[in-house]
Unconditional design. Structure first.
Length: 135
């Protein structure tokens, strides 16, 4: 699946199978997301920022699990579907890196930073406490 240059090479049928599992099966990523959300709910009154490489795509089972309690900082921005993993052949690159905010936080801006280091582009988000005036 991985070529010598680090890129993945998969047929459409293989991609479809991977996506079906990500959207509908209780994968280890789903179980980890559920555990993470459960642990963070203990301190649900605290402002919480959750971010990183989730190795799954928007609307997948793990991401839907997280967004029941947290908001995606990129939601309703131009970068919502912008790819963050750039080692795949073809024009479509998946977004697998996310920043989520708890209800007590508000994202004021989010973007994928197109820097050439590594195999992922980072996601940057500006956040503030909900209810605080913008400066």
């Amino acid at each position: 699946m991985r070529a010598a240059d680090g890129r993945f090479e998969l047929a459409i049928k293989e991609w479809a199978k991977i996506l079906w599992v990500e959207f509908f099966a209780p994968t280890s990523r789903y179980l980890a997301a559920r555990e993470l959300v459960d642990r963070l709910q203990v301190d649900s009154d605290l402002p919480t920022l959750l971010g990183g490489d989730f190795n799954t795509v928007p609307w997948s089972y793990p991401i839907r699990t997280i967004t029941r309690s947290f908001r995606d900082a990129s939601w309703l921005t131009r970068s919502y579907l912008e790819g963050t993993y750039h080692k795949l052949p073809g024009p479509l690159q998946p977004r697998i890196d996310f920043v989520f905010v708890s209800p007590s936080l508000q994202s004021t801006q989010a973007e994928v930073v197109q820097c050439p280091t590594g195999d992922h582009y980072p996601v940057r988000a500006n956040v503030r406490l909900s209810g605080e005036p913008l400066h």
